[in-house]
Unconditional design. Structure first.
Length: 256
């Protein structure tokens, strides 16, 4: 991972994070206006928004619409322990999911039927109920079922075998993002966007929606990973109810 060059977004995240930790931007303070900050960091406004979304997912800042970006804490929110660290790293887990699930989601969009969509809709609503109740174990199981149903639709038995054989690791990677309770329902919204893309039988949109979801889930678990330059991967921020946002750049074993 260290051999991958920093993207401009990663560089911005590092710089802002360092300034927060050094007290240049104290806790409770308002960050400079986005226009000023983007000029100072020499990045586009879009890249800056991506960086701020990542910092918000890490619990360092709070973005208040129409009011600005406020520093929430000096250190990233403590994440839950990754209990499979002796087998595979958490970033590698999300990267593998990103690589495999984006591909199979595109295939699934070409094969999905009405009965499949009805089952996915039911799963999405059950997931929402579990999240509202704070039953994260049940939510992780529903999350796994959702992703594996899409994998099965793609018809690639090799990928399905890899992911099913990593079921415990996948479900743990899906459970961790739920511990940021104020963001837990993001998974429900992102799943709904994936189903909407499938309903339209739009392969590209479905792939982008699931890639955006995996990257966002990783960030809610405190993991930020880049994807190769030129990838179509969307990155942070919510996926709207109608479908995935346009790609924003960020992405090896297991699910969200």
């Amino acid at each position: 991972m260290n051999s991958i060059p920093q993207t401009v977004t990663e560089a911005a995240i590092s710089t802002i994070r360092e300034r927060i930790q050094q007290g240049i931007y104290p806790v409770g303070s308002l960050l400079p206006a986005q226009r000023q900050l983007s000029e100072e960091l020499e990045i586009s406004r879009a890249s800056l928004r991506e960086a701020l979304s990542t910092l918000e997912a890490l619990g360092l800042v709070t973005i208040r619409a129409g009011k600005g970006v406020y520093v929430s804490r000096a250190r990233a929110a403590r994440t839950q322990r990754w209990r499979f660290a002796d087998q595979v790293s958490l970033p590698d887990t999300y990267q593998m999911r990103y690589a495999l699930e984006g591909f199979v989601a595109r295939l699934a969009a070409l094969a999905v039927g009405d009965e499949d969509l009805a089952a996915l809709d039911e799963n999405v609503e059950a997931l929402r109920a579990a999240l509202v109740e704070g039953d994260f174990e049940a939510a992780a199981a529903l999350d796994f079922e959702f992703h594996m149903r899409i994998v099965a639709l793609a018809g690639n038995s090799a990928i399905e075998s890899i992911l099913r054989n990593s079921a415990e690791i996948m479900q743990e990677s899906q459970r961790l993002p739920f511990y940021q309770r104020e963001l837990a329902l993001s998974t429900h919204r992102e799943h709904a966007a994936i189903v909407e893309a499938l309903r339209r039988r739009d392969a590209g949109r479905t792939g982008r929606a699931i890639e955006a979801h995996i990257v966002a889930a990783a960030q809610r678990a405190g993991v930020y990973f880049p994807v190769p330059t030129g990838s179509a991967a969307p990155v942070t921020g919510p996926v709207d109810e109608a479908g995935a946002k346009e790609p924003r750049r960020t992405g090896k074993v297991a699910s969200s």
